[in-house]
Design a binder for this molecule. Sequence first.
Ligand code: FES
Length: 511
Amino acid sequence: MIENILPSNSESYWRAHEDFPLFPKLNEDMEVDVAIIGAGLTGITAAYLLRDSGLKVIVVEGSDILKGTTGFTTAKVTAQHGAIYQQLIDTFGEEKARLYYEANTEAKDFIEQTIEELGIQCHFEKVDAFLYTNTDDGVEVLQKELEAYNKLGIEGATLTKDTGLPYTVKESLKLENQGQFHPLKYALALVKQAENKGVQFFEKSRAKSIHSTNLVEMVDGNEIRAKKILVCSHFPFNDEDGLYFTRMYSERSYVIATLAEANYPKGIYINVEKPSRSIRTTVGTDGRRYLLIGGEGHITGRFEGDTTANFEALAAFGREQFKVKQYAYRWSAQDLVTLDQVPYVGPMTSGMQDVLVATGYAKWGMTNSAAAAKIMADNVLDRDNRFAELYAPTRSKMKMADISTFIKSNANVAKELVKGKTEKIDVLFQDLQLGKGDIVKLDGRKVGAFKDVTGKVYLVKPVCTHLGCDVVFNDAECSWDCPCHGSRYTYTGEVIEGPAYKPLEKIEFVE
Ligand code: FES
């Protein structure tokens, strides 16, 4: 049972206050120059960048626009992505680590300039970013990170204990001149611009596979022929060769938001250690300032117990550090993390030069999505992009640390596959409480069951339609989540996010 200072339903603050345009379902075959699969910030920014190209561009979304990761982010517009630069220097060397910084700084500047040029009212604010710690180990990490900044020539960075937070920190690394905004107000303005220039958007149109380099097959049988296909669907839906499933993992994290009653800080913050705490504020549509607290990340489908405990941990932190008594919003997000922390953007494989992918932003999707959209748009327009090589999915260098993550990640998937098939089910259907879901035994059979608060029962076969791992129930979101590659389904079995594109098999409940 969720603590009563939190709302009973999960709802993103960003999505709660926006009106979304409605777009038709794709119900015919199409032939276009560019097919963009996925209407999140990456797909929308790519469409915006291609709006004046003279090319026929369509954007096809499996669900509704901006209902995926973009609607659930904390929307920090920064090149300070945790303590990443020392790690990037170790993995790629200084030159490429610097390129990563420059790609994200140029992306930040692009967002800011676009907002200014178009006069977008999206509450953009220039703020300082802080990476902070309260442990001795964390202080060492921050000192090393500042050394990395100095090697890379990153300016505007200092170590300081003066953060503006209402609690003391042992140390923080401040990076000046970063930003925050309302991600959906920004993205919707780009949609309008693209649409005005002839880009067509389609919703509730789910892609199933890419048969050759220029043919997209949709779940309902329609086909799109395109000279270039941009896969911006979060997890690439068309990974038949499994190249991406084994090189990324998906992580869920949690956010709560409330009206601020005190003088809340104006920066953007994240700590170095676990559990993570990500903090920012935003000006609400009512002109008042809201506080957002995020964190408690874990690999999708791999949290022991009731996931509402993650919201409660954040609420306890807010109560202790910010004296918050009540929260108005709670929601969770899903992010994909690559083995070396740099997203995969570019031709999907060396043999598929016209199918481009953008994925794996590791929670830093605001700037990385803009960088990715620019790389893809430049590819479409046959222009050079100096960041393309760094982000290329086909980059081959893997260090020992990456290889061990790779082996561990695949061993975990294998374990989930085996565990699902052998694990004993202790919960009997009749013991399932109202408002709860679980894998239960019903008439000697293992089924996924959800009983709503009125007692209505929804049954599914609890086997992911992607590669067959057993799904687990996520209490906080009332969803079935797959621990292998992060597919998620509603309690009725409909796909929320892939790589799966087929719903869970429904089972009829007979009383
Ligand atoms: Fe791959 Fe479920 S997402 S098996």
